[in-house]
Design a protein around this ligand. Structure first.
Ligand code: GLN
Length: 484
């Protein structure tokens, strides 16, 4: 059962081969056994999960089931869920029990899915290794001495270790795709605006987007069908007709034009990653796709541009955490200003403070033009590069991350090295495009490698088709870590 796809689980539930309560118990037992070694979940609520499962079983019995009814999922702890502790990986929100549901949670509840628990993450989604979490690092199930990637590292580890059927993540600069790559699972960041961010704790609002993480592309499509859709409570939510993201899964890939950005295949990528990604592209050619070289000349500026814009937005978004409204308040302080200062000094971790300081600096009088405005202009050029590239191809492929999972602590003292983990993913967020990562083999130390697939705006169905066809021809996505 733990290796079954959502479609198979859904069929088993419908056929009453298993009940949602039994399935939920199976996962809860696995979590009790394996989570202490992985730290993938930070909040569990077995009674609530089982109550949801019982309700799902009743709904199935009444013949009113949706595809996700009774399916046990995990939720990144960035999504507010009513009655659940929602910490965003921070001490600042260590005691915040959400009084309402995020849009995404609401959608899953409506579909009758079971919430198994909240997954660990980098503090306020800032990080690429899950080491900035106040609740301790997550361990990569393929090698517990290594990081799972970040910021959705808890989700990636939970999916890889079969501690849930599938789960959610968020991606501001790569946080769905990079941990998916490092943990050998699939993840999709949709086009900006496709999934409402209502109730998703904000990091950098012009970049943040929620998406599904699962073992295979078919599961991603089914989750996205539930997650996507217009929501008037998020002003960036797009008013578009509902689509079935699974509609093209079965299409053959004949005639698919794959663009390979020459800048991605240059210096910087590990030789093991280059070789594995090369083999995946060769497989695509066998499946009927053709390959064309494209160029994204401004993509080399995406990391510096992101590290101006994302901290600028974060410094503004995080100003709401002041010890007054919710979350952490320093136990001792003098006047009001001192209360703010001490609460923020004690409640935020080092990486979050670094971002707030950078953001405040680049937005300050005299520096705004030099940094923030310049970065916005380059952001436009980066987006235009993609528009040009998509004149020649249907999807763009390349590596998701420059290396496989690194060791815990390896990049802790060097923020710039850490920031470079997202060198291939960030441009996609700056342009607002959809991007995904699927497992395509193993590199150094037998750790998973991810293939990145970037699509044009709203082309998720085509990307999922490309991923699914590859997954029908290969079995990388169904490999499991030892001992799992
Ligand atoms: N690693 C990037 C950062 O630290 C991206 C994080 C994300 O996508 N949430 O900002």
């Amino acid at each position: 059962m733990i290796n079954a796809s959502i479609k198979q689980l859904s069929a088993a539930l419908a056929a009453k081969t298993i009940s949602s309560v039994e399935l939920t118990q199976l996962y809860l037992e696995r979590i009790a056994r394996l989570n202490p070694g992985l730290n993938a979940y930070i909040t569990l609520n077995p009674e609530v999960s089982l109550a949801q499962a019982r309700a799902a079983d009743a709904r199935i019995a009444a013949g009113q089931a949706d595809t996700l009814t009774g399916i046990p999922l995990a939720q990144k702890d960035i999504f507010c869920a009513k009655g659940w502790l929602t910490t965003c990986g921070s001490k600042m929100l260590h005691n915040f029990v959400s009084p309402y549901d995020a849009h995404v949670i609401e959608q899953f509840n409506r579909a009758g899915a079971v919430n198994l628990g909240k997954t660990n993450m980098d503090e306020f989604a800032m990080g690429s290794s899950n080491e900035t979490s106040h609740y301790g690092p997550v361990k990569n199930p393929w090698d517990t001495a290594r990081v799972p990637g970040g910021s959705s590292g808890g989700t990636a580890a939970a999916v890889a270790a079969r501690l849930c059927a599938a789960a959610t993540g968020t991606d501001t600069g790569g946080s769905i795709r990079q941990p998916a790559a490092l943990c050998g699972i699939s993840g999709l960041k949709p086009t900006y605006g496709v999934v409402s961010r209502y109730g998703m704790i904000a990091f950098a609002s012009s970049l943040d987007q929620a998406g599904p993480m699962a073992r295979g592309a078919e599961d991603l499509a089914l989750l996205l069908n539930t997650m996507a859709g217009f929501d008037e409570r998020d002003s960036t939510s797009l008013q578009r007709d509902k689509e079935d993201y699974a509609r093209d899964l079965a299409k053959p890939l004949d005639g698919l034009r794959i663009g390979l950005p020459k800048e991605f295949f240059a210096e910087g990528m590990g030789s093991d990653v280059a070789q594995t990604v090369g083999t995946a592209i060769a497989e695509y050619k066998k499946l009927g796709a053709s390959v064309v070289e494209v160029s994204l000349p401004n993509s080399k500026l995406s990391v510096p541009v992101y590290y101006v814009l994302a901290p600028a937005e974060a410094s503004s978004n995080l100003s709401r955490f002041d010890g007054v409204r919710y979350g952490y308040r320093a136990p001792e302080y003098g006047d009001l200003a001192d209360m703010y200062e001490k609460s923020r000094a004690q409640g935020f971790g080092a990486e979050v403070k670094r971002r707030i300081m950078i953001g405040t600096y680049v937005l300050s009088h005299g520096y705004y033009d030099a940094y923030y405005l310049q970065a916005q202009k380059i952001r436009r050029l980066i987006a235009q590069d993609f528009t040009e590239a998509f004149r020649q191809c249907d999807v763009i492929m390349g590596p998701t991350a420059p290396s496989t999972a690194f060791e815990l602590g390896e990049k802790g003292d060097d923020p710039v090295q850490m920031y470079l983990s997202d060198i291939y993913t960030i441009a996609v967020n700056l342009a607002g495009l959809p991007g995904m990562s699927i497992p395509c083999g193993f590199g150094a130390a037998n750790m998973p490698v991810g293939l990145q697939i970037i699509g044009n705006y709203f082309d998720e169905a085509r990307m999922l088709n490309a991923a699914h066809q590859y997954q029908l021809a290969t079995d990388w996505h169904s490999r499991a870590p030892n001992g799992i």
